[in-house]
Ligand binder design. Structure first.
Ligand code: DQA
Length: 143
């Protein structure tokens, strides 16, 4: 069965209580449940993880090279800061879908730049947690 790694960056463990006016009331557990239901519909397996540690994220991306056919990542704040995560993604040569719950382009200027978007197959932002579902649908269709 095809496997898609769904990886979440820093502070996403706080979803549900973190700035609910911006991120809504869904928790990371509900994101995982949505991803699992979507994966079942699509007939793919997922590995769903979250970390607050950049090195751990990089290790998971490297591990995905041998274990997965595609990556769906919400890199959270690392989107705007991390050359190392970009290098990990290009290094493993797996197709990437970048997800953001919020429309980062409507927010502070420092969120308008992403180190990942130009190496991603697709970027989904501003659709709330449904963005994960849309990214999985594309990842399963293309990979
Ligand atoms: C985010 C947007 C980022 O700018 C922010 O740092 C996050 C979450 C989103 O899902 O909207 O932590 O990736």
């Amino acid at each position: 069965m095809r496997t898609i790694y769904v990886l979440n960056g820093p502070n996403l463990n706080l979803l549900g209580t973190r700035e609910p006016e911006t991120y809504g009331s869904d928790t990371l557990q509900s994101v995982e449940a949505l991803c699992r239901a979507t994966a079942e519909e699509l007939g793919v397996a997922i590995e769903f993880r979250q970390t607050n540690h950049e090195g751990e994220m990089i290790e998971w991306i490297q591990q995905a090279r041998l274990q997965a056919q595609a990556l769906v990542i919400n890199p959270a704040a690392w989107t705007h800061t991390s050359v190392a995560i970009r290098d990990a993604v290009t290094g493993v040569a797996l197709p990437l879908w970048e997800v953001h719950i919020t429309n980062v382009h409507k927010r502070e200027p420092f969120r308008h730049h992403s180190y990942l978007s130009d190496v991603a197959q697709g970027v989904i932002c501003g659709y709330g947690i449904r963005g994960y579902r849309y990214a999985l649908m594309e990842a399963a269709r293309v990979s």
